[in-house]
Design a protein around this ligand. Structure first.
Ligand SMILES: Nc1ncnc2c1ncn2[C@@H]1O[C@H](COP(=O)(O)OP(=O)(O)OP(=O)(O)O)[C@@H](O)[C@H]1O
Length: 255
């Protein structure tokens, strides 16, 4: 008998390899992330973090190995199908519609989730539900007071909050965040950490994050990616004490 999806890791990498021509950028990664876990991937520039996120979210296809979501293979599926399967990714590069309002940006995701087309006539009851769900996400990411402002007029950290909100509108339970606090002040970072903690409650989070204080305060476990290999996976405290990691990465960061 096969195990039920509840017993499966939320996300599993099994021998995931990616080559660009002769260069093997990811070299057979194995990693299980449990449902509800918050997991960080850290590593020096060029280690393969973006490539890994591109594989998981369907932008690239693995050269070998498998990626599964709740026990079902998603390797090689389109980003859209992976999203429908329950995984959403927020990008390092801002991915919002600057000339739409904050509310409209969020509503696009909710509409897409419910399969409502952008036609002239929409069922009233369905639109009410869409608007209520949108308002819920708006409040959860702390942007209720900015509801009708253009997304392009938001501050940088508010735009990042909006992007996180857009991942929530899809209803995904596995969220990928790419450097969510990059470019933020210390105060903005602290707010972003609290926001991420609250909106990912009960969900599975995989994030690329360079700021170790963010990793320490938010993540259950950390994987260190160096030259396309996972050097170590452990709780943040043990990662920071790991001599191999310090030499390969943390030492370099501190230098
Ligand atoms: N489309 C591509 N074609 C060829 N090589 C690529 C491609 N994408 C990435 N690479 C190479 O793969 C390696 C890993 O790159 P990747 O961007 O995944 O690293 P990273 O850990 O995200 O780095 P950074 O922190 O600088 O964003 C690099 O050597 C990069 O040059």
């Amino acid at each position: 008998m096969t195990a039920t999806t509840k017993d499966q890791p939320a996300l599993r990498l099994a021998g995931v390899t990616k080559s660009f021509g002769p260069i093997e950028v990811l070299q057979g990664l194995n990693l299980d992330i449990s449902p509800g876990e918050r997991h960080a991937v850290i590593g020096p520039n060029g280690a393969g973090k973006s490539t890994l996120f591109n594989l998981i979210s369907g932008m690239f296809e693995p050269s070998a190995g498998d990626i599964s979501l709740h026990g079902k293979s998603i390797a090689g599926l389109s980003p859209h199908r992976i999203n429908r399967a329950g995984l959403a990714r927020s990008f390092q590069i801002t991915n919002i519609f600057h000339r739409l309002s904050v509310f409209e940006n969020l509503r696009i995701g909710v509409l897409a989730r419910h399969g409502v087309r952008f036609g002239l006539f929409r069922p009233v009851a369905k639109m009410r539900m869409v608007n209520e769900e949108t308002a819920d996400v708006l409040a959860r990411v702390g942007l209720a007071s900015r509801r009708d402002d253009l997304a392009g007029d938001l501050s940088y950290s508010e735009q990042r909050a909006l992007e996180i909100g857009m991942t929530l509108t899809t209803g995904a339970d596995v969220i990928l965040l790419d450097e969510p606090t990059a470019g933020m002040s210390r105060e903005e970072t602290a707010q972003a950490v609290e926001l991420i903690r609250s909106v990912t409650e009960g969900k599975t989070l995989l994030m690329v994050e360079h700021d170790m204080s963010v990793v320490f305060s938010l993540c259950d476990r950390v994987s260190v990616l160096v030259y396309g290999n996972i050097l170590a996976t452990d709780i943040p405290k043990r990662i920071s004490e790991n001599h191999g990691v310090q030499e390969a990465y943390l030492g370099e960061e501190a230098a």
